[in-house]
Design a protein around this ligand. Structure first.
Ligand SMILES: NC(=O)c1ccc[n+]([C@@H]2O[C@H](COP(=O)([O-])OP(=O)(O)OC[C@H]3O[C@@H](n4cnc5c(N)ncnc54)[C@H](O)[C@@H]3O)[C@@H](O)[C@H]2O)c1
Length: 333
């Protein structure tokens, strides 16, 4: 088995959605660790267009790529993939998507997340490129914990679209020699998520409430509402392993150790040296997931994945960036 340095040396890596949270972290990972690789980012970037839920149609932001020295292409995966045709591509890390789980427009969700993925699989085939793509824990909906590949029950069109991607991936892996790996991220948090606005993790949102001198706002009963929160560095680790093992499949990416929203608020207050209590309010949602927990046994066995960050360690690593963002982007905004 070649080392990761050998695997990526002098190779061309395409990152779709590279101006977004996870994609930009991947871009910087390769810039720092594999300087001899050519990294190409493709992203539609944001404009002023919004969905009916009031959120932006795409969250890509140039500030996520400040300091990135690779090639950046603006383009929409639903119509501009032709601009990639003349390039040599060895690896595709496909992160571009409608990442907002509350978008109700089923047509545009399926077109962006599913149709464009099939077009990218065609590109991977023509280039003989390894495909690692972002699936999601939303494929599980309210399926009982621990969530396990093969036991899905999506509750919204976002989760449905990601499950459709996984099904497509299996079909293509069976009929071609391509390596196609789907990673079902659970709740990811960490640097470069800020520009996702309301869809960014509660870690940064609660952090900024606390830094603003306010008690963190949580639903009543938040000590019993748990999620599998996963730090961005562990998500990057999973992507790198997925790209290098040469084994197609769909894998959960979490810690396997669910924690509560109350834990997040409490750890943040400890790290920030505050004692503001909690401002509880009524949960407005009738259907709400109260427990997610990734079964990561297959991910560990097949990919050699081992999460390195507990919630305490992830938040501690993230706090300086949460503070920097508060000073530069939140205060006085
Ligand atoms: N962050 C999480 O907790 C999480 C959890 C599960 C799955 N995911 C998945 O991981 C991937 C990355 O998520 P993220 O958190 O970085 O979200 P993000 O919104 O920050 O990144 C997605 C990027 O895709 C771009 N994009 C959207 N539509 C596009 C289009 N038509 N053409 C080209 N680019 C387009 C956006 O501009 C954005 O930069 C997504 O596929 C998302 O569904 C994320």
């Amino acid at each position: 088995m070649p080392t990761t340095t050998q695997t990526f040396e002098n190779k061309t890596i395409l990152i779709t959605g590279g101006a977004g949270f996870i994609g930009s972290n991947l871009a910087f990972y390769f810039q720092e660790h594999h300087p001899k690789a050519t990294v190409i980012v493709l992203d539609t970037f944001r404009n002023e267009e919004r969905f009916s839920n009031g959120n932006l149609k795409s969250f890509g932001h140039f500030k996520n790529l400040l300091g990135f020295k690779g090639k950046i292409l603006q383009g929409d995966i639903t119509k501009d993939l032709g601009i990639l045709e003349s390039l040599d591509i060895d690896f595709i890390f496909h992160q571009a998507a409608i990442s907002d789980t509350t978008v109700m427009d089923q047509g545009i969700m399926m077109q962006t997340n599913v149709n464009a993925f099939e077009d990218l699989l065609g590109l991977a085939l023509r280039k003989n490129a390894v495909m690692v793509y972002a699936s999601s824990a939303a494929t599980y909906g309210n399926a009982p914990s621990p969530q396990r590949v093969g036991h899905e029950a999506p509750e919204n069109v976002y989760g449905f679209s990601k499950l459709a991607m996984d099904n497509l991936a299996r079909l293509w892996a069976a009929k071609t020699d391509l390596t196609i790996v789907g990673l079902r991220y659970f709740n990811v948090y960490g640097p470069r998520e800020f520009y996702k606005q309301k869809t960014a993790s509660m870690v940064v949102q609660l952090g900024h409430q606390i830094l603003g001198g306010r008690a963190p706002r949580l639903f009543y009963g938040s000590d019993a509402i748990v999620r599998d929160f996963i730090y961005i560095e562990d998500v990057i680790q999973a992507n790198i392993l997925a790209a290098t093992k040469g084994k197609s499949g769909v894998y959960n990416v979490g810690t396997g150790k669910p924690r509560s929203f109350q834990d997040i608020a409490d750890i943040l207050q400890q790290e920030l040296g505050t004692n503001l209590g909690t401002d509880y309010f009524q949960n407005p949602y009738s259907a709400y997931q109260t427990h997610t927990e990734a079964d990561i046994s297959l991910t560990c066995k097949d990919l050699g994945y081992a999460p390195r960050f507990t919630l305490e360690q992830g938040i501690r690593a993230y706090v300086p960036e949460i503070k920097r963002l508060f000073e530069s982007e939140v205060k006085g905004a």
